[in-house]
Design a protein around this ligand. Structure first.
Ligand SMILES: Cc1cc2nc3c(=O)[nH]c(=O)nc-3n(C[C@H](O)[C@H](O)[C@H](O)COP(=O)(O)OP(=O)(O)OC[C@H]3O[C@@H](n4cnc5c(N)ncnc54)[C@H](O)[C@@H]3O)c2cc1C
Length: 466
């Protein structure tokens, strides 16, 4: 069998793999990118970020119509097909695919649609669509094969009635009712999106509140918003089993004896590394106890010529972070300088209402710095919030005990995932909270909330240091 030789082979064409391949090609290396599916872009494009956010846009439209007095009783047609609610997705995917293929071509990256598996730490066997096999040899590899939904043993996922975060958008029709298992980001996003579309959603999780890594006041605003949409949150509840009754409902049984009936169920119980076909053991690698590939600060695995990036190495498991990890993994493999990776990465949660945070939360800041100051601005007290009728928005600035140093920003409400970048830039450039008061913002905007929250801190500072 012929052996093809490369400087770097990247496995997986999601955000991490794409950026790794482009970075190495720019550095003049001979690069191959291996992708097992027909499409490019990974789960970010086909099953995760882009499809869920496309559905969310329509959910917001439906919610906003219901909020208008004249259309308060607006309902979607019964038996509406899900595909009509993600109608723009095809165009978005085609544009993305076209752009990516052009970029690969321009960069002279060899793009191969094949399933990769390691033979050793320097050789891969590729199986193409028609079954033909090729051997690839490379000096370095980047594994960027992403993640798969975790499937708990007691949940009988059949991808028809009980679905996971990869199969949920394959439903033909919008169901009348949905149980969502989990309280993390994906669970909270889908639960609130489907509830806004008029589905009766029940979220069940073992923790007292969803999104437990955020401060209580933010999660409370999310839960209240979800309840106001008509959803039900069942916290402190352990699910013992869930299955299709073979006739008309999914039955979810809880440890306190309660049973919940629903038309469909979404299990969003976390994600694990997708290395099923890869035979990483042949390269001398294994998964850690969390089902992920372990890497050092250079994104290098325990085998020195193999790097890994993106969801396959675990949190933050975001498309944005995966891209930067991919780029850095390639640079490190090629011995190129990358500079220090900033840990000031924003988290965006596209639930309804939307949430975002950067830097330390209030809880983390209290643990690390003690007597911190917190400034709050409610969107309904700001001109733009009043004009837009936003009732459930809030921006919170967390400041060091000196009343000056910015430690973190948290936002709940529409626009949160965009607004957060103002706080991120201030944190990265190590600004004091005063920057938000000394700067003129457009009026009326939600960005003005930064100024109001900073003034709240400056007022407290006056009393603290009298
Ligand atoms: C429902 C949902 C919503 C999300 N929303 C957001 C969001 O709003 N914002 C955000 O930043 N992130 C979001 N994410 C997370 C984001 O999608 C991931 O962090 C990102 O896709 C990870 O990129 P990756 O390159 O590591 O892997 P992936 O995008 O999963 O790509 C991996 C690729 O590797 C290929 N592959 C696997 N095995 C092999 C093999 N043996 N041979 C060849 N190819 C192989 C796969 O086919 C796939 O194309 C969301 C995820 C989900 C599930």
């Amino acid at each position: 069998m012929n052996i093809e030789k490369y400087d770097l082979v990247v496995i997986g064409s999601g955000p991490a793999g794409q950026k790794a391949a482009v970075q190495a090609a720019k550095a003049g290396q001979k690069v191959a990118l291996i992708e097992k599916t027909r499409e490019l872009g990974g789960s970010c494009v086909h099953r995760g970020t882009i499809p869920s956010k496309t559905l969310r846009e329509n959910a917001l439209r439906v919610r906003n119509m219901r909020m208008s007095a004249a259309l308060a009783n607006y309902e979607l047609a019964e038996d509406i097909e899900l595909v009509t609610l993600i109608d723009r997705l095809g165009e978005v995917l085609d544009a993305h695919d076209h752009y990516m293929r052009k970029q690969m071509e321009r960069s002279n990256i060899e793009l191969i649609h094949a399933r990769a598996r390691f033979i050793s730490n320097t050789q891969l066997e590729l199986t193409r669509v028609r079954g033909e096999k090729t051997l690839f040899e490379a000096t370095n590899f980047v594994i960027a094969t992403g993640s798969l939904p975790r499937q708990p043993d007691n949940i009988a996922i059949d991808h028809e009635h009980l679905l996971d975060s990869d199969s949920i958008l394959s439903m033909l029709y919008l169901p009348k009712s949905l149980v969502v298992l989990g309280g993390g980001v994906i669970a909270s996003e889908y639960a609130s999106i489907f509830q806004a579309l008029g589905v009766k959603v029940t979220m069940i999780d073992k923790y007292p509140s969803p999104l437990g890594f955020l401060d209580d006041d933010l999660t409370k605003t999310f839960t209240e918003g979800f309840n106001n949409l008509g959803g039900t949150w069942m916290g402190n509840t352990v699910v013992t089993s869930a299955d299709w009754n073979g006739f008309d409902a999914v039955i979810t049984r809880c440890d306190d004896g309660r049973e919940v009936r629903s038309e469909k169920l979404l299990c969003a119980a976390g994600r694990i590394a997708n290395v099923n076909d890869l035979h990483i053991e042949n390269a001398g690698l294994s998964l850690n106890e969390r089902g992920l590939i372990t890497v050092n600060e250079n994104l290098q695995t325990t085998v020195s010529n193999i790097y890994a990036a993106g969801d396959v190495i675990g949190p933050p498991s975001l498309a944005s972070a995966s891209m930067e990890q991919g780029r850095r993994a390639a640079c490190n493999a090629l011995g190129m300088e990358t500079g220090k990776m900033h840990n000031i990465i924003p988290a965006g949660i596209y639930s309804i209402p939307e949430l975002s945070s950067v830097g330390l939360s209030e809880t983390q800041a209290r643990q690390q710095h003690g007597d911190i100051l917190v400034g709050i601005a409610k969107f309904d007290e700001i001109a733009r919030g009043q004009i837009s009728g936003i009732q459930d928005g809030m921006l919170k600035i967390v400041c060091a005990p000196d009343g000056c140093k910015l430690l973190g920003v948290m936002i709940v409400g529409e626009g949160a995932t965009e607004l957060i970048h103002i706080g991120q830039m201030a944190l990265l450039s190590e600004q004091d909270v005063d920057i938000f008061v000394d700067t003129i913002f457009n009026f009326p905007t939600l960005a003005e909330a930064y100024r109001v929250a900073a003034l709240d801190i400056i007022n407290q500072r006056k009393y603290k240091f009298i």
